[in-house]
Design a binder for this molecule. Structure first.
Ligand code: NDP
Ligand code: GDR
Length: 344
């Protein structure tokens, strides 16, 4: 039986990856950090919280000693580093914490691996945010990086550290440059889930208006459940490497909002521009969406669109779920949850 360690088990990707690995008969160690009220709602939603092969272990990525002991005691063959301070907005307010968790945290795990599990395989959760300010379209493994947030900078440190440990110490360290991926398990602070939960609440009469920031940003949004399969494939490959995972299609935040309202049977009409842009119910003229500049960022990533050809050629991986299917899936899940009073 193979053993995998998944950091960030309480997050979106950690939950889907744990589910996938359990289906493949792994012993899974799911690492979570201690808080006063630990929340395992995602693994509970997937029905794996009590799985006999899932072992939940306390762990903080910023602690090197903790990292060494964790790899030693779990004896992990595959290490998936998904833990991070992952919210771009917060990284502007908490840059030092973000650097420590998202950047140095990955270094701690690689140091631990080099020390006690040099034959294990390591996956680093890298991100399209490293591309930042547009240097090329579409973005591939060889596109230059130009991060636009403390989060992007911290992730770039972790990415290059993974590459450097691969080249310096011959460790099997792969880096997945994943474009945005969403699901009903997405955190509510991210724009897609904020939108789908708000659409559900508006539909059910629990909310009047959805307030958003930059509607013009373009993202390449895929389905998280498919992306964790790509992570697993990277660690089954013959050689460690760097791979982009993306859908190869981009839409604006505004488009995603329209699709989500449409999934709830509401057609939107947009009027105005900039800070005074509004989304109206096309039938009644009621205001349903407005811009609030408090959601703008000090620096924005305007356009992300990936080219995942390498992952298709080498790993046989390809995104399948369209943005239309994804927004519908998320809206339906949020309507159902709001009806039963579930609020994560
Ligand atoms: P989430 O924000 O949902 O999950 C992040 C996880 O990291 C949570 O389990 C969180 O725990 C944990 N964590 C945070 N700080 C620490 C710490 N100090 N020690 C241990 N654990 C910690 O992110 P996603 O699941 O969406 O993303 C997974 C990874 O992939 C992240 O690294 C993210 O940056 C990266 N990524 C995500 C993309 C996406 O579109 N989803 C795209 C590209 C990369 P807690 O629950 O306690 O907060
Ligand atoms: P992102 O995701 O920054 O791409 O990082 P997020 O959903 O937060 O923002 C996407 C775009 O939407 C714009 N936006 C808003 N965003 C939020 N959160 N809230 C709003 O009200 C709002 N209005 C407009 C943002 O400005 C941005 O342009 C995600 C995270 O999962 C990272 O961890 C990951 O690395 C990248 O995706 C790939």
């Amino acid at each position: 039986m193979r053993t995998a360690l998944v950091t960030g088990i309480s997050g979106q990707d950690g939950a889907y990856l744990a589910q996938l690995l359990l289906e493949k008969d792994y012993q899974v160690y799911g690492a979570y950090r201690r808080t006063s009220s630990i929340n395992f709602w995602r693994i509970a939603e997937l029905g794996i919280e009590q799985h006999p092969n899932l072992h939940l272990v306390e762990y903080d990525l910023t602690d090197l000693g903790n990292s060494i002991r964790l790899l030693d005691t779990t004896g992990a063959d595959e290490i998936y580093n998904l833990a991070a301070q992952s919210f771009v907005s917060v990284s502007f307010d908490q840059p030092t914490t973000t650097a420590q968790i998202t950047g140095i945290g990955a270094l701690n795990l690689l140091e631990a691996m080099r020390t006690v599990r040099p034959d294990a395989r390591f996956y680093q959760a890298s991100t399209s945010e490293m591309f930042g300010k547009v240097q090329a379209v579409p973005q591939t493994e060889s596109t230059s990086f130009y991060p636009r947030s403390p989060y992007g900078v911290a992730k770039l440190f972790a990415h290059w550290t993974t590459v450097n440990y691969r080249e310096s110490y011959n460790l099997f360290g792969s880096s997945g440059i994943l474009f945005n991926h969403e699901s009903p398990l997405r955190g509510q602070e991210f724009v897609t889930r904020k939108v789908t939960d708000s659409v559900a609440k508006i539909k059910l009469g629990k909310l009047d208006v959805l307030e958003l920031g930059n509607l013009d940003a373009k993202r390449d949004w895929g389905y998280a459940k498919e992306y964790v399969d790509g992570m697993w494939r990277m660690l089954q490959a013959d050689e460690p490497d760097t791979f982009v995972l993306s859908t190869n299609r981009t839409v604006t935040v505004r488009d995603f909002v329209s699709l989500s309202f449409a999934a709830a049977g509401i057609e939107l009409r947009w009027e105005g521009s900039g800070e005074s842009e509004r989304g109206l119910d096309a039938e009644t003229g009621r205001e349903l969406v407005r811009v609030n500049p408090k959601f703008y960022r000090p620096a924005e990533v305007d356009l992300l669109i990936g080219d995942a050809s390498k992952a298709k050629d080498v790993l046989g991986w390809e995104a399948k779920t369209t943005i239309e299917e994804l927004s519908r899936m998320m809206v339906e899940a949020d309507i159902e949850r709001n009806e039963r009073g579930f609020s994560f």
